[in-house]
Design a binder for this molecule. Structure first.
Ligand SMILES: *[C@@H]1O[C@H](CO)[C@@H](O)[C@H](O)[C@H]1NC(C)=O
Ligand SMILES: *[C@@H]1O[C@H](CO)[C@@H](O)[C@H](O)[C@H]1NC(C)=O
Ligand SMILES: *[C@@H]1O[C@H](CO)[C@@H](O)[C@H](O)[C@H]1NC(C)=O
Ligand SMILES: *[C@@H]1O[C@H](CO)[C@@H](O)[C@H](O)[C@H]1NC(C)=O
Ligand SMILES: *[C@@H]1O[C@H](CO)[C@@H](O)[C@H](O)[C@H]1NC(C)=O
Ligand SMILES: *[C@@H]1O[C@H](CO)[C@@H](O)[C@H](O)[C@H]1NC(C)=O
Ligand SMILES: *[C@@H]1O[C@H](CO)[C@@H](O)[C@H](O)[C@H]1NC(C)=O
Length: 915
């Protein structure tokens, strides 16, 4: 066939490879520590990887130093912090979502007395008073650091990264979590999930060992002592069956069994103890000086304490010294590990408590623990390990985890699992709710003595994500209820105080009476249902409140038919069935998402215990057994029988006020001004750098590059060199304060001066290649032209893929190009290396492309060309022996060319033709 032939031809000539760049999404994790952030990214084709920062480090100190509008981050900010401590903000994570009187804030100010923390009268947010004109909220500062993290991730992934799983400590409260989420929002980061860092670490441990887990499960203890705090986690891994799309699948599952913590036991406190000890030693010699009144000196001492802490982890001695600590007075003190340990006796004693607590709470014995795994920088302190060995009764401590990066890696795995477009092997996660959440309200329409009722909504050991419905059965008028942290007696005193306000929110429900009156005559109240969710960030969400009514019994024929006895029997069966299915889904209902959550949806009925078997009532159905499974969890009786009247409600936060919308807008503006300033600085630096680079580069080439030497006369070289020297001198004088425009215009001058030289050098390089390409294309096009012409000529049919005129045009193009090529070659022969050529390689490209375009056009036509099918009755018998002559009308173009051109046609006709 003509077109198959042509297509083959096309492949020979223009075998270009097309690269498809699908713009797929990269996602990241930010392990936000108090001291360091670690970032990981995943992008299509690239597995989970730790992001390197500007200094090519795998972790970045959490600090931002602000001077005027200039900001420094990471290591650079640490260096700056000794010069301007009060404007270098660090250890920020623990400050979020709190008021001034929180013990953690008090502690922070005691440690770093030079910060001016306050509650901004205007926005009610905790702010650092930066200077007379500016306050920065903790969230604003944190968002700067988060944005920087995003920038590193974007640079590393070489594409924009917008979404992240961000880690938080498991003990973070509702207000702390909300605050982190807002900081992310200010940084333009879409939070996929706030993931507890201990869970992320455990997940990271699990994903590399999925083969090791079985249905029985294995139990691990993770002990993490970081810069700020200590958490101890018992986690189990087991394999569960889940059903999806009708298939049963076995997947590993991580369950966080229990967590205990000490919010203020970590590396920072050890370091502070050393700093204060050094200060004491200094004061002993210089009693008139109070280092605590000298921020710079205090910061220097703090950094020295950090070094001492590290060295004393590996060595037994260290000589601490700071030159010119204050007023040219040096500090020097020989210290030992023993001295250090004596400073921290009480801290070491606190090490064991979280371990004991997780064991007691979970009821898991030490002997059941497969392995103990340490992570967090502070677990490197030898004495910490000793204490742990003691409390763990000799169980071996596993230090195999990459302690620094485990959380970032676990979180980025989770980010991938939460992002469409990635296929990851499932790993289910059930996390542990840290604080019990209760609901408290006043009874209505009830005469009992107890006016105030208090119910647990989410138990301490509830897993999340999790949904619950709380039913208020007796309320018929507007009412309020309070949500608060329940029984916290298990917490240590300091941790309990750190929670700050234990009241979370007050909810006012309105429109109750109207809704009640609307239905009360025709229907029966099923109570007011408040739908809560503890989402996968462990944030409590009140999704809706509705008044539910059901048509009265005697309204439905069906129910009439069922006698009382039958009903109770049926409800028993219903109960059995539903509990059967419930427990089954409890085993496998582990996959995330609506279905599971609805299975877990529990009715926390409040007013009356007697309404508990609501489930059974609703699932009493005569015939359909399976329907009970679905209705057991979702109280949806046939629609026409129920009425759901949404109720309005208002939430007042009692723990810590969220910033108003205006405040949030103001924050955004403040931040974007700083960003704009950064961009200006960057533009200036880039312009300066471009100019410097150009000068350096041009000089280098004129001096050392033979190609440039050949292409210039000595006069020209002198001229260019003089100009380069002139601009270089300018750069060091007026140029120092020049703006972007001035810098760019200097660069343009230089570029104009050297433009024709650049062209000459480039052309010498490109010309042979381009000429060869044109010649090859000419050759091929000509070949194509001849082949086509011969095929079409032989075919001699009306049905040609293209017209004679088109072929003629191709022929002319070929001819003209030959003529042009001859002319150009003659020009080039006369050309001296210092002349600027008349014809450029781009002109040659144009000719090559014109030929290609023309050929491609014809090829495309040939490919699309479909010969008309043979019409109904053949006018003339086809392919007869006798048909040797060129009978125009009788042959079909499909058969004929095949005979003439294919290589091995075994048909008899051809033999005849040949004969
Ligand atoms: C910063 O906050 C302090 C404390 O509330 C307040 O007195 C001051 O006016 C604020 N400064 C600015 C510039 O908003
Ligand atoms: C399951 O794994 C645990 C820990 O590896 C092991 O002790 C137990 O024997 C395994 N159970 C089965 C049934 O294989
Ligand atoms: C854990 O849950 C069980 C029921 O699932 C409950 O009886 C127990 O009190 C809970 N423990 C705690 C500490 O809340
Ligand atoms: C709180 O929980 C503790 C056990 O953790 C228990 O002993 C105590 O009775 C509880 N208090 C209340 C008021 O429920
Ligand atoms: C049955 O419904 C009617 C209204 O439809 C009502 O008047 C009557 O009291 C109801 N009977 C019972 C027993 O609820
Ligand atoms: C069914 O619900 C009605 C009211 O809604 C209640 O009176 C009755 O006791 C319930 N029956 C069972 C078996 O729970
Ligand atoms: C209850 O049973 C009836 C048949 O008696 C059926 O039409 C209806 O769909 C069932 N209801 C549910 C919720 O399955």
């Amino acid at each position: 066939m003509i077109h198959s032939q042509l297509i083959l031809f096309a492949c020979l000539i223009f075998a270009t490879s097309t690269v498809f760049t699908a713009d797929s999404l990269a996602v990241m994790s930010i392990d936000l520590g108090t001291e360091f952030t670690k970032i990981a990214v995943v992008k299509p084709g690239i597995p989970m990887e730790i992001v390197l920062n500007k200094e090519s480090r795998r972790k970045t100190p959490v600090i931002v130093a602000i001077k005027g509008k200039d900001r420094e981050f990471g290591e650079a900010a640490i260096s700056r912090s000794t010069k301007m401590p009060a404007q270098s903000y660090m250890y920020l994570r623990e400050l979020v979502g709190k008021s001034l009187n929180n013990p953690i804030i008090e502690q922070y100010l005691k440690r770093f007395p030079y910060y001016k923390l306050n509650i901004d009268g205007h926005s009610s947010q905790l702010v650092f008073e930066h200077d007379s004109e500016t306050n920065y909220t903790v969230e604003e500062l944190l968002s700067m650091i988060l944005k920087k993290a995003r920038e590193y991730a974007t640079d590393f992934a070489e594409q924009s990264v917008d979404s992240a799983v961000v880690t938080v400590p498991p003990y973070f409260t509702q207000s702390e979590r909300r605050s982190i989420k807002r900081a992310c929002e200010l940084a333009n980061i879409k939070v996929l999930q706030l993931m507890n860092d201990n869970t992320a670490v455990a997940l990271n441990y699990g994903i590399y060992r999925r083969k090791d887990f079985n249905a029985t499960g294995s139990t691990y203890l993770f002990y993490d002592m970081g810069a700020q705090s200590t958490t101890c986690t018992i986690a189990t891994f087991n394999v569960v069956k889940i059903k999806e799309h009708g298939y049963v699948e076995e997947v590993p599952q991580l369950t966080i069994k229990t967590v205990a913590f000490d919010r203020d036991l970590g590396g920072l406190e050890f370091q502070i103890r050393l700093r204060d000890y050094f200060a004491k030693k200094f004061h002993e010699k210089h009693p008139k000086i109070d280092l605590y009144k000298h921020p710079k000196a205090l910061t220097k001492l703090f950094r020295e304490a950090e070094r001492a802490k590290h060295v004393l982890s590996a060595n037994v001695e260290y000589t601490a010294q700071v030159e010119g600590l204050i007023d040219d007075i040096d500090f020097k003190h020989q210290t030992t590990r023993e001295e250090f340990e004596n400073l921290c006796t009480d801290l070491f004693e606190r090490i064991k408590r979280p371990v004991q607590e997780v064991l007691t709470t979970s009821g898991i014995k030490l002997s059941e623990i497969q392995q103990v795994l340490l992570f967090g920088g502070a677990t490197r302190i030898p004495r910490v390990q000793n204490e742990l060995t003691k409390v763990l009764g000799g169980v071996e401590l596993g230090k195999s985890l990459n302690t620094d990066e485990a959380a970032a890696m676990g979180a980025v795995f989770q980010a991938t699992a939460l992002t469409k477009g990635y296929r990851v092997k499932k790993f289910l996660v059930k996390d542990f709710n840290q604080y019990p959440i209760n609901v408290k309200f006043e009874r209505q329409n009830d005469d009992s003595d107890q006016r105030i009722l208090d119910k647990t909504l989410f138990n301490r050991n509830n897993t999340f994500p999790h949904r619950k419905v709380m039913t208020f059965n007796k309320h018929t008028d507007d009412f309020s209820f309070d949500v608060y942290y329940g029984n916290l007696t298990y917490l240590s005193l300091i941790d309990r105080r750190a929670l700050g306000q234990t009241d979370l929110s007050r909810i006012d429900v309105t429109g109750v009476r109207t809704a009640y009156d609307k239905y009360k005559d025709t229907m029966e109240s099923k109570g007011i249902k408040a739908h809560f969710e503890l989402d996968d960030s462990s944030l409590l969400v009140l999704t809706r409140i509705e008044f539910v009514f059901e048509r009265k019994d005697n309204d439905t024929d069906k129910n009439k038919a069922i006698t009382k006895d039958e009903q109770s029997t049926l409800s028993k069966i219903g109960s059995k069935i539903s509990s059967f299915f419930k427990s089954k889904t409890g085993d496998d209902g582990t996959k995330k998402g609506d279905e599971d959550e609805q299975n877990e949806e529990t009715k926390t009925t409040s007013d009356e215990p007697s309404t508990k078997p609501l489930d059974n009532n609703e699932t009493t159905n005569t015939t359909n057994d399976t329907s009970t499974t679905t209705t057991a969890s979702t109280p949806t009786t046939p629609k026409q029988m129920n009425a759901r009247e949404p109720l309005k409600f208002k939430i007042d936060l009692l723990d810590y006020p969220d910033p108003s919308e205006e405040a949030q807008t103001e924050s955004k503006k403040k931040l974007s001004d700083l960003d704009a300033h950064d961009r200006e600085l960057l533009a200036l630096a880039t312009a300066k750098n471009n100019l410097e680079t150009f000068i350096y580069d041009a000089r280098d080439k004129l001096e050392h590059d033979q190609r440039y030497k050949k292409a210039t006369t000595s006069h020209e070289r002198t001229k260019i060199n003089e100009k380069l020297a002139e601009v270089d001198a300018w750069l060091w004088e007026d140029g120092v304060n020049a703006d972007v425009k001035a810098l760019k215009s200097k660069l343009d001058e230089l570029k104009t001066l050297t433009k024709s030289l650049k062209i000459r050098v480039r052309e010498v390089e490109l010309r042979p290649k381009k000429l060869q390409e044109l010649k090859d294309t000419l050759n091929m096009t000509e070949h194509f032209f001849r082949a086509t012409r011969s095929v079409l000529f032989k075919t001699d049919t009306d049905e040609k893929p293209f017209t004679d005129a088109e072929l003629k045009y191709l022929e002319k193009t070929i001819k003209d190009t030959y003529t042009w090529l001859d002319q150009v070659l003659a020009e080039f022969a006369k050309l001296s290396p210092t002349d600027t050529p008349k014809y450029l390689s781009t002109d040659i490209d144009d000719k090559t492309n014109a030929l290609k375009r023309e050929t491609n056009y014809l090829l495309n036509k040939a490919q699309r060309f479909v010969p008309k099918p043979k019409t109904t009755t053949p006018k003339v018998p086809v392919n007869n022996q006798n048909k040797a002559d060129d009978d125009k009308s009788s042959t079909t173009s499909t058969s004929e060319p095949e005979e003439t051109t294919t290589v091995t046609p075994p048909s008899t006709e051809e033999q005849h033709n040949d004969l």
